[in-house]
Each structure stands twice: as structure tokens, then as C-alpha cells.
Design a protein around this ligand. Structure first.
Ligand SMILES: Nc1ncnc2c1ncn2[C@@H]1O[C@H](COP(=O)(O)OP(=O)(O)OP(=O)(O)O)[C@@H](O)[C@H]1O
Length: 334
């Protein structure tokens, strides 16, 4: 079993501002941890601290019992044996797919390196593309080569910064699923930096939500989605409606003054018998679900309802909340 890659109370400041602030995060082997958060939350900086591309100002980075970074020492990135994958693939343009993957396998000797590189290309469905140069490969193929190249030397961990965001949306999910399957099979800790909540929910085993340099909540993706600790964490994992207590009509939810009601769009359900009535301003087909824009006593809400049940724009609809997807937080904490 591989070791965990751990951040223990790490901080990093630029010009006196802590962009990573006393973060502790355990990346467990065989598990893909998504690091999610808005722009400037500190995600890439934390990844760079794990990689040794930046020194820590406080705390430690450890691989199992071994200290990789502390305030006294920073083991250089190339000595950590950690695979890195970035959005821009960064393949060597003058080498074929096979040569790119074999590059990090030189210590095995030429023939063994070639065989191992071919095996990795096979695992990622690229056997036929072994002799193609990067410019002859699609974005999805290039990214799979990059992943094969990162995994082939059997790294102790893998760190990925928005690796799929440059890909065509139609391809993204399949490339991602194939790539992360290979990552999980390698049985090493994996970090996936993303700002896409759908990607985090669909692809990661564990999520950590970062905001203002701190990890605000972490846990299995579904658990965090269904039990967010704050309105901001809820909003990091997908769209939410936020209503101040004063704007919540009687019969919709019991909210005390000074609190706020946070509801996911799919947490607003149609209920013809409900006394709480909303005006349908728009009803848009988005696939299996319709997106409704509702006017509830002057406040706008967005709801997602099954298309076959969806009312039309101009209709009035009774609504109720799904308690599993509705949360009440102290306004001050939001
Ligand atoms: N080398 C640097 N020098 C100065 N400031 C930096 C440096 N690197 C990052 N920052 C600042 O640190 C903050 C966090 O940046 P970081 O790239 O870690 O955020 P992020 O969560 O990855 O954001 P994004 O999703 O936009 O990439 C930002 O305000 C950024 O401008």
C-alpha cells in the first residue's frame, strides 16, 4: 500500500497575504481528492506546495513518515517522485506518444521502457496512436498521453491542475473517467484541482472545498453535497437559491430571524396541493429536467423539475422544499 501525501498546517503568503492559510489535508492512496473552490481560493498554490514548486512558510508536507517540505527544507520537485499534470498537457512536441511515455522510463533500459510505455498507452486506449506526434493527436488523446506519461514511472502520488478543462465538453467526461480509472488503479494519492463542481461530484471520491486560503469542509463528495457546513460551501458544489428569513413565505420552511435558507434548484419541488404559490417566469428544456425561473413574492428562484411535469411560463405553480436539499444557516456565518 502506498503512503498518504499530507499537508499539515501549511501556509504560504505572497506580499504579506496568506493565500494558503494553515491547511491540513490528507491525500489517501487509491482515492481521488478534488480540491474545489472559486478563483483565487488558493487551490493551485496548495498543489504547488504538495509538488515542492513552492516552499512552505509554515507547516509540513509529508509522504508517509517522510518530510518533503518544512520551513527548514524543500525537497526539489524532481526528487519527490510525484507526477504532475496540467491543463496544457505539456508533451514534448518532437517526440511521439510512445517516446513521450517512455521518456521517464529510461532507467528500465530501451526495450523494457518501450514495452512498459506501450502497456500504458494500451491502458488508456491509445495503442493505435503510439507513433503519432502531439500535433497529430486530439486534445483528449494528448491529455491521455500526458496521464500515461505521468503514471508510467510509478509515482508516489499524482497532482492534477484543471487537467480536463481544456477538453471539448463532449469528450471531457469520457477522457476523465478513463484517466481517473488508471489513477485509482495505480493505488496512489491523487489530487484533482478543479473549479467545476460537476466534475468534482462525478469524478472524485473525496472533496475538499477551499475558500480564502482555508479548507472549509472535506469529506466524501455526496456527504458534503448533502451536508454543507455553510452557504458558501453549498454554493461551491453547485447552484443554490439563497433567501433571507424575512423573504421565506409561511408554509415553505421554518426559519428563524437572522438565518438564511439555502436551497438547491432540484430541492424545489412542484406540489399542486401546496399553499405556497410561485409564478413561472420561464421554463427551459435542459435535457431530462426543465429549469424554471420562479417569482416567489418578488424573489427569484431557480428550480429544476422533471420535464414531463414542468409548467409553462405564465403558469402558477404550488411548490414545496425537499428537506434533504434545503439548508438553514446563520446569516452571519454565510
Ligand atoms: N507567485 C505568486 N505571487 C504573488 N501572488 C500569487 C502568486 N501565485 C498566486 N498568487 C495569488 O494567490 C492567490 C491564490 O492563487 P491560486 O492560483 O492558488 O488560486 P486558485 O484557487 O488556484 O485560483 P484559480 O482557480 O483562478 O486558478 C491569488 O490571489 C493569486 O493572485
Amino acid at each position: 500500500m502506498s503512503d498518504s501525501l499530507s499537508a499539515i498546517g501549511v501556509s504560504r503568503a505572497y506580499h504579506g497575504v496568506r493565500v494558503v492559510d494553515a491547511v491540513s489535508l490528507d491525500l489517501k492512496p487509491g482515492r481521488v481528492t478534488a480540491l474545489l473552490g472559486g478563483s483565487g481560493a488558493g487551490k493551485s498554490t496548495l498543489l504547488r506546495l504538495f509538488a515542492g514548486l513552492e516552499p512552505v512558510d509554515e507547516g509540513e508536507i509529508r509522504l508517509g513518515g517522510r518530510v518533503l517540505s518544512s520551513t527548514k527544507t524543500t525537497l526539489p520537485p524532481d526528487k519527490r517522485h510525484i507526477g504532475l499534470i496540467f491543463q496544457d498537457f505539456a508533451l514534448f512536441p518532437h517526440l511521439t506518444a510512445l517516446q513521450n511515455v517512455a521518456f521517464g522510463l529510461k532507467p528500465l533500459g530501451k526495450e523494457a521502457a518501450k514495452a512498459e510505455a506501450l502497456a500504458w498507452l494500451g491502458r488508456l486506449g491509445l495503442t493505435e496512436r503510439a507513433d503519432a506526434y502531439p500535433h497529430e493527436l486530439s486534445g483528449g488523446e494528448q491529455q491521455r498521453v500526458a496521464i500515461a506519461r505521468a503514471l508510467a514511472p510509478k509515482p508516489a502520488a499524482i497532482l492534477m491542475d484543471e487537467p480536463f478543462s481544456g477538453l471539448d465538453p463532449a469528450l471531457r467526461a469520457s477522457v476523465r473517467d478513463e484517466a481517473l480509472e488508471a489513477v485509482r488503479a495505480a493505488g496512489i494519492p491523487a489530487l484533482l484541482v478543479t473549479h467545476d463542481p460537476v466534475e468534482a461530484l462525478e469524478a472524485a471520491d473525496h472533496v475538499a472545498i477551499m475558500r480564502g486560503g482555508k479548507v472549509r469542509q472535506e469529506g466524501p463528495a455526496a456527504e458534503v453535497y448533502l451536508n454543507p457546513v455553510s452557504a458558501d460551501v453549498a454554493a461551491s458544489l453547485g447552484p443554490v437559491n439563497r433567501l433571507a428569513a424575512a423573504g421565506v413565505p409561511a408554509g415553505l420552511a421554518d426559519v428563524a430571524p437572522g438565518t438564511e435558507l439555502v436551497v438547491r434548484p432540484e430541492g424545489i419541488c412542484l406540489d399542486p396541493g401546496s399553499k405556497v404559490r410561485a409564478k413561472v417566469l420561464a421554463s427551459q428544456v435542459t435535457g431530462a429536467m426543465n429549469r424554471l425561473v420562479l417569482d416567489l413574492g418578488g424573489q427569484r428562484l431557480v428550480a429544476l423539475v422533471p420535464r414531463h411535469e414542468a409548467p409553462k411560463a405564465g403558469d402558477e405553480a404550488g411548490i414545496r422544499l425537499d428537506p434533504a436539499l434545503s439548508f438553514i444557516f446563520c446569516s452571519a456565518k454565510a
